[in-house]
Design a protein around this ligand. Structure first.
Ligand code: PLP
Length: 361
């Protein structure tokens, strides 16, 4: 027997969610965002399930090369580009497309060996004020790229800061900034939309959409569930009850004794804690599913364990399965109760949690 905590990855759900992107943005090509080990799901099997995507977007050159070695022929974009000049040979050799966001990267491209060729994505900052050329710097950057013999193709992207807030005027402003900056670049492919904009701002779809979180079955909006959006959960974090305690009224459970039994009650100890990526800030009352029935966690989340209320689950025993999030308990709900977002929970599942891919192969 091994410790029972497992992240089950549903590849059919991934494919379904990708088909939702196709339905929503039928005129756009899809760059499936698989950064952070495919939002914690595991890179290679997710890319297999997302194989009809037109491109993959991620951060690490090693991951991009691993995709090439596994036989993926799609375009692959490095969303933060390259970090040092010594990456350029591998980038060119494996036909990987770096984002160019700063003039120091243009300096390195101009100094690169003349037998290397690149397709790149130029990032324009339209209001996030993080990565990208400002509108003022952008035309000079494009001039420099156009003058370089090593550049085969320059596509253009920007990133939205507020697309998850459909009423926020920021998205309209960023769209206008993007159009104004790139008005002369008729022949370059353009991309602006993340998941929230794919779902809520069809005027941002353009040539390429870049879905991340929606592929993993989570809603980018606080007021709409994944189910409302016909997105299916792709990860179920599961474990089992490893001990049961029958406690008396007034007994306290766990660190800080934050849960005091209001009556005589059974508590289940579940093998999953913040050392596995379950959020320590999840309060008493956060839902769990015990053999398909809703219950709640009680007391503080510890590194390796949580404790759950068994008052309405009389037949619970050692070995009874518990879902922490997934099909029965939306990850968005656990995230909201813990003061964070699903992105952080999904990519925070730690290395000691085994990933089980369903259906097999
Ligand atoms: C992470 C990321 C995305 C995907 O964002 P979601 O909100 O997960 O859809 C898209 N574009 C870029 C540049 C990103 O870094």
């Amino acid at each position: 027997m091994t410790r029972p905590v497992t992240a089950c990855i549903d590849t059919n759900a991934l494919s379904h969610n990708l088909s939702r992107v196709r339905q929503l943005a039928p005129g756009s090509r899809i760059m499936a965002i698989v950064k952070a080990d495919a939002y914690g799901h595991g890179l290679l099997h997710c890319c297999q399930a997302l194989n009809t995507a037109d491109a993959f977007g991620l951060l690490d050159l090693d991951d991009a090369i691993a995709l090439r070695k596994a036989g993926f022929r799609q375009r692959i974009c490095l969303l933060e580009g390259f970090f040092t000049a010594d990456e350029l040979a591998d980038i060119a050799q494996h036909e990987i497309e770096p984002v160019i966001h700063s003039s120091w990267q243009l300096d390195l491209l101009e100094a690169a060996s003349p037998d290397l060729n690149f397709s790149v994505w130029v990032k324009v900052d339209t209001g996030m004020n993080r990565l990208g050329f400002t509108r003022h710097e952008y035309s000079r950057a494009m001039q420099r790229l156009t003058a370089m013999k090593c550049i085969d193709r320059a596509s253009i992207l920007s990133h939205l800061a507020n697309a998850d807030l459909p009423e926020n005027p920021g998205t309209r402003n960023q769209l206008e900034q993007f159009r104004a900056a790139t008005t002369a670049d008729h022949n370059n492919e353009k991309s602006l939309a993340n998941s929230a904009a794919i779902l809520a701002h069809s005027d941002c779809h353009m040539d390429w959409v870049r879905p991340g979180i929606m592929l993993y079955g989570s809603s980018p909006f606080s007021d709409k569930t994944a189910r409302d959006l016909d997105l299916r959960p792709t990860m179920s974090l599961r474990s089992e009850i490893i001990a049961i305690r029958n406690l008396q009224k007034g007994d306290a459970v766990g660190y800080g004794s934050t849960w005091v039994c209001p009556e005589a009650m059974a508590i289940g100890v579940v093998a999953c804690g913040y050392g596995d990526g379950y959020p320590r800030h999840a309060p008493s009352g956060t839902p769990v599913s015990i053999a398909g029935r809703r219950s709640i966690i009680v007391g503080r989340v510890s590194m390796d364990m949580i404790t759950v209320d068994l008052r309405n689950i009389e037949d619970a025993k050692v070995g009874t399965p518990v879902e922490l999030w997934g099909r029965d308990v939306p990850v968005d709900q656990v995230a909201a109760l813990s003061g964070t977002i699903s992105y952080e929970l999904l990519c925070g599942v730690t290395a000691r949690v085994k990933r089980e891919v369903m259906p097999d192969g």
